[in-house]
Design a protein around this ligand. Structure first.
Ligand code: NAD
Length: 227
């Protein structure tokens, strides 16, 4: 089946697990050519840590050269850090580690992908509803996701010809959320979305269907923040 994304060259970070893996699969199902960068092994993964600038730059070049350029870049690599840890027990090192992956890692991805991105290309970053709705014990993570939303706007106004948006889901059933929240995810009263749901939000923001949308955060939280 021919779709708007058929044949497009897409780079996904964090594509060995969770939302990134679902995004890679969803783009492939649309007929896109997909390259994945992750720090852990996975099918067809180019290994790099997004906080290691030379390694990340080389990995981006490897994927982009294989495709002769990029049409879309999706930043899913991220960590949650010390979730459930009170402020008093959170260290500067905890904050620095979360910001390094979730903020600097996304910045470096866009920086090194930009020279390869075609005019009209799209960047989609993973934010979180934690940018807007706080829960106790998540100060570094909330700070990092607020920064992703602000960085999305800043990149959108700075980079002509490229759209930059982010998706901000509430809890998604992935290995990260399982590790942080455990059995809470199985409570039918707790609103949880699947990684495939987020992948469809990402696909929309990467496709021509969202052409006028730029610098935005798509808050997908079952309306919880509207209460
Ligand atoms: P996940 O742990 O299942 O997958 C994250 C992937 O990123 C892993 O494959 C991991 O190896 C990779 N990664 C982590 N640090 C990296 C680094 N330094 N360099 C390269 N790769 C690295 O997590 P997920 O739930 O799929 O999260 C993906 C993104 O979605 C994250 O940015 C997360 O903050 C965001 N998010 C998740 C949820 C949720 O509830 N799961 C909700 C909102 C936003």
């Amino acid at each position: 089946m021919r779709t708007e994304l058929a044949g497009k060259a897409v780079l996904v970070t964090g594509g060995a697990s969770g939302i990134g893996l679902a995004c890679a699969e969803a783009f492939r199902a649309e007929g896109a050519r997909v390259g994945v960068i992750d720090r852990q092994d996975g099918l067809g993964v180019v290994r790099a840590d997004v906080t290691d600038e030379p390694a990340l730059a080389a990995a981006v070049d490897t994927v982009a050269r294989r495709f002769g350029g990029l049409d879309a870049v999706v930043g899913c690599a991220g960590i949650s850090g010390p979730v459930g840890t009170p402020m008093s027990a959170t260290t500067a090192a905890d904050v620095a580690r979360v910001l390094a992956v979730n903020v600097t890692g996304q910045f470096l991805l866009v920086k090194h992908a930009l020279p390869w991105l075609a005019d009209g290309g799209a960047v989609v970053l993973l934010g979180s509803d934690s940018a807007f709705t706080a829960a106790p014990g998540m100060v570094p993570y909330c700070a990092s996701k607020g920064a992703v939303v602000a960085m999305t706007r800043a990149l959108a106004v700075e980079v002509p010809g490229i759209r930059v948006n982010c998706v901000c889901p509430s809890v998604v059933d992935t290995p990260m959320a399982r590790a942080d929240l455990g059995a809470v995810l199985d409570d039918p009263a707790f609103p949880v979305q699947a990684a495939g749901d987020v992948a469809r939000q990402v696909l929309f923001l990467a496709s021509p269907a969202s052409r006028p949308v730029n610098g935005q955060a798509l808050l997908a939280d079952f309306g919880m923040s509207a209460r």
